[in-house]
Design a protein. Structure first.
Length: 388
């Protein structure tokens, strides 16, 4: 069946040399196939129709070994055949799933794949099920790294005993993150931030060195309260209060990074993840409602390097192009919250697109307490723009 033209066809990707062998883990298989594909000069993801079924047959002894009682238990068809049209379940293929994850995260050098690829090749595992079917989590390096820090044993590299616990195990972890409001853009949150958001009961999985201990325990205690809210605007207001409370308190480098993540979350929540100038709010959903990321960014009006604070009043939600123009002084905002363009911006026809925003009123958060600080806008107009 592997070579008979009645059942198989030449690979459209070219000649990729693979050999029959066994694999100790999902990671070992993914590394092997990726190496074979790259050495054949194929640099795109190798995902040709029929390829994974062919490989499943080639490696049938590896994906369906004989049990001690002399039986084979292949399990559901989806482990070997890509028949399910729902992309959320196609990752269940025992060979395609590890390879595509490996490619997506370039081998997972930061620990993104430590949990997902730690199983034996014939084992799908609850990590592949509960993480793999939630694209919001699969699109988040921070969520995958945090899961590995929580549930993978640092010495053996295997899942920790009891990690399937319903209350504080991987299932609960996935449910918790997947239910966070949209303003928690998981694709941009670090593993430290995600761990800080988790209910305190999850800390039993962490070593002391993995906990965010330090000079500002209030931040991490209160973050857990914020994560229980279910409305973007409520999250933004609570986070802004918390960010104001911690102020310039001494923090470790890791804690400062968490604070920066929370600033972005608060700004996105206040502006409903839409650009304050253009009103645009691009969201990539990967074809499903469960996985998404936002294009909008959180811009500081007064940069932190110049004394600006991580507060919503010192922030604007801006799409990337406008963020760049704002930081480079091509546009500024007056005390009436109307948009102005610098004179230099008018000197090049490539900047004509910005002209549509001249005189437009800034799109403001619902709560007045989160409106941009006028003094901060004045600082920006004087120091960042090139108004003459």
């Amino acid at each position: 069946m592997l070579t008979d033209p009645r059942y198989s066809a030449p690979c459209a990707l070219g000649d990729i040399l693979v050999k029959r062998r066994n694999f100790a883990s999902r990671r070992e298989f993914a590394e092997y196939i990726n190496q074979r594909v790259v050495e054949a000069g194929v640099f795109a993801d190798a995902d040709e129709h029929g390829m994974w079924e062919w490989l499943s047959l080639l490696y049938f002894d590896a994906v369906c070994p004989i049990s001690p009682d002399g039986q084979r238990e292949p399990g559901v068809d989806g482990r070997h055949l890509l028949e399910d049209p729902d992309a959320r379940r196609r990752h269940r293929h025992l060979l395609r799933g590890p390879y595509m994850s490996y490619r997506r995260y370039n081998g997972g050098p930061n620990g993104e794949l430590d949990l997902l690829l730690s199983y034996a090749l014939p084992v799908h595992g609850i990590a592949a099920t509960h993480l793999g079917e939630r694209l919001r989590l699969m699109a988040s390096p921070g969520a995958l790294i945090a899961a590995s820090r929580l549930y993978v044993h640092p010495i053996s590299g295997k899942p920790k005993r009891g990690y399937s616990d319903e209350e504080i195990g991987l299932r609960a972890y996935c449910r918790f993150l997947n239910n966070l409001p949209d303003c928690f853009d998981l694709s941009n949150l670090s593993a430290d931030t995600i761990i800080a958001l988790l209910p305190a009961s999850f800390s039993v999985w962490l070593n002391d060195t993995e906990n965010l201990k330090g000079s500002s325990p209030t931040l991490f205690k209160r973050l857990k309260e914020v994560s229980e809210l279910r409305d973007d605007r409520s999250v933004a207001r609570r986070l802004d209060d918390l960010l104001a409370e911690i102020g310039t308190r001494k923090m470790t480098e890791r804690q400062v990074a968490v604070r920066s993540n929370m600033f972005r979350t608060a700004v996105l929540g206040a502006y409903e993840s839409k650009c304050a100038i253009s009103g645009m709010g691009l969201r990539s959903a990967d074809g499903m409602d469960t996985g998404f990321r936002f294009e909008v960014e959180a811009a500081h009006i007064v940069p932190v390097s110049r004394g600006g604070k991580d507060l919503v009043r010192n922030g604007l939600a801006l799409c990337r192009m406008i963020h760049w123009a704002f930081d480079n002084g091509m546009l500024w905002i007056n005390r009436e919250y109307r948009i102005n363009l610098s004179k230099d911006a008018d000197k090049d026809s490539r900047n004509d697109w910005l002209g549509q925003f001249r005189g437009r009123k800034l799109r403001m958060p619902v709560h007045e307490s989160q409106h941009p600080d006028r003094e901060a806008l004045r600082w920006h107009a004087r120091n960042a723009s090139r108004v003459t």
